[in-house]
Each structure stands twice: as C-alpha cells, then as structure tokens.
Design a protein around this ligand. Sequence first.
Ligand code: PLP
Length: 404
Amino acid sequence: MTTENSEHFLDLHQKYVLGTYSPAQLVLNRGSMAKLYDVQGNEYLDFTSGIGVCNLGHCHPRVTEAIQRQAAKLVHTSNLFANENQPKLAHLISEHTFGGKLFFCNSGAEANEGMIKFARKWGQEQGRYEMITMDNSFHGRTLATLAATGREKYRKGFQPDLEGFVHTPFNDIESVKKAVSDKTAAVLVEPIQGEGGVIPAQPEFLRQLRQLCDDKGILLLFDEVQCGMGRTTDLFAHKTYGVTPDATAMAKALGNGFPIGAFEVAKQYGDVLTPGTHASTFGGSPLAAAAGIAVIETIFEEGLLQNCEKMAAQLWGQLHQLKNNNEHVKDLRGSGLMIGLELDSPVGDVLSACRNKGLLALPAGQNVLRLLPPLIIENEHISQAVETIEEALKALDQQQNSQD
Ligand code: PLP
C-alpha cells in the first residue's frame, strides 16, 4: 500500500487537472471484481461499474490476461493495415446482433458522432440531414453529440448548437411523427435513457418508431452506449426490446475499461461510408480489439447474461420491498442491472451516506439513485447494497428531522 495519503493526490488533482469534474473525496487505486479499494486500503462495493463500463468487474482475469498478452505482441499499427483482432471482434459483435458491419473508435461520443455522420452521408443525395432526437437524452460531449443531446444544461455555454437536430418528447410517437419532414435522415434514441434518470423506452414506442422509420424511408439509430453489453440481460437492449435498428452505437463496457467504442450499421448500409469518409487513428487497434474479444467471449462462456438475469431478479425483488417500506422512494425503474430509484429529494446526501458505509452508487439527474452493478455480482453483494441504501435513507430521515 502506498504511504502517500489521499489529500496529496486530491491536492495534485486540484492544482493540475482541469476542473471539469468534481470527484468525490476518495482516491481509488485497486479493484477486484465487484470491489474497489482506496489508497488507505478501505474496501467499497462498486455498484457503479465505472458508469456502466466494468460490466465484468474490475480487473477480470480473462480481460487482464488478454490485454497483457496483446500488449506484449502488438499494440498499434493504424488502420492503414488490417490486424487480426479488429475483424474478429466485428464478426463476434455482428453475429450476436443484426449481422451488420462495424466501425471502431474510442468512446461513446465518438461512436455516436460517427453514426450521425453515417446517417448524414446516407441522406445526402435525398437532401436529408436532420436527426430527430429525444428530450432528456444524452449522447456525448462532442459538438454534434451535444446538439443531439436533449438537455439544455449540457449545451449551455457552447452555443450555437450544430444545425440539424430536432428534439421531441421521449415515448411520444405522435410528436416524432409531427417532427418528420423531407429533411429528416434519422431518428436517434437511447432504448433506456441513462443520464436522463434511467427511463426505459416503452416497448410500444420503439416498435412504433421502427414502423414510422420504415414507412418514411428514414433510419432508426439506437444509442446503446450505456444500456448495452449485457446490462439488460441480453447482449444489447435492442434484443431485449425485440426491435432492430438500422445502426447502433456501443462503447463503455465493450472493453471493460479499456477504451473502445463502435457503431454497427445493418448490412444493406455497409457501403455508405467509403474509404476516406471517416477514420480514427486508434480505432480498433490490436490491443483495444483484444480487450473487446475477451469481454464478449467471457460474457458468453461464463454465462454472465444468465447471472445478470438471476441477480437482477433478486435485486429488483429486494428494491421493491425497500420501495414499499420507504416513503422516500417514489419510483423504481430500469431493466436488468440498470436500475434507477427516484427519491423525493436530491440524491447527493444519500450517495455520500452510501459511500461512507462502503457502497458506491451513482446519481442520474437530481433525484435518481442509479445502480449499475457489474454483471458478475453475487447474492451477498445485493443484500449488502440494499441494506446500505436502506441505512443511508434512514440517515437522510434523521438529517431531515434534525433540521425541522
Ligand atoms: N451515450 C450514452 C447513452 C451515454 O450514457 C454516454 C456516456 O455516459 C455517452 C453516449 C458518451 O460516452 P463517452 O463518455 O464514452 O463519450
């Protein structure tokens, strides 16, 4: 264990890292599956998975081994040359999704950005360039994905917004129908809004969107950056909903922490992006793709979708009980191991209380406690997490009473 204390690192952070984040006063330096440890050696149960990234848990031995092996063999070549791993990963993803072709990049925003470019390129000859996206959505921090994002708070200060994005209410098919014009190229939607408060699309809404896009001859694009990679008990949320998009974006858990993103387009659109129309220096490097292959193989070979389903059933059961017995919990929603508890007050104090009791959880908006545990969790982790949340809510009660 390091002899330097957390204040030292927090101080360095404050001095030298741009202040775009306000990290919790906690310096983490080791992880093992569902557990994280800070520099003082304190243990935390991690129900954040690095915001839906480490779905296989921290330092899963198979992913670590694949990264180590590949790092010693070949790290990067550029896309001027093919490598062994990129096509293998594309094949693996394609055969578990809708049989399309993939472009690899490094993050969720970059995956969405590329997918938006794909839709514009597809629509260009018909004069179609507009994207219809949803209120309350989140698609990333680049200028195009910010313009796609349906929450003013992220765009504020960076206007003018990139042109060509129209926002409509989520789960409201009539509004989307009204927004379609002869300029519309695509509808872009998160099957489950993550940052917006863990709000699932109604199954009927996604089915109607599919129908609408077919009727109007426009593209249906999914952003599965947060809800993908096993979290909904299928490899992707579009499988859980039984609605196939024309293209989908993925990132976060694809490398279990090693940066990699991608978008997949259905086979019939495989020739829209031609040589030179899109690129990414690091995209699909031998090393990143090795991590992605290890992740997908592990999900299937270790039965992690089945474990996700089993653990989700238990977690939902215990959270329903909690909701029934606790007046602070107003709503419980999500899918599989992507869960939001809407509280009657801002979630910050509850998150701090959880952290002080050894549980890491996330906010989603002001009042929603978001749980994204790794898919490898076990029964005992669930009981520990729910008990801790219950205690944290009691602490909130005491705090509120003492203020009265
Ligand atoms: N899309 C969704 C649905 C997300 O939740 C996020 C990040 O939270 C992004 C896109 C952006 O991903 P990244 O931060 O990797 O750019």
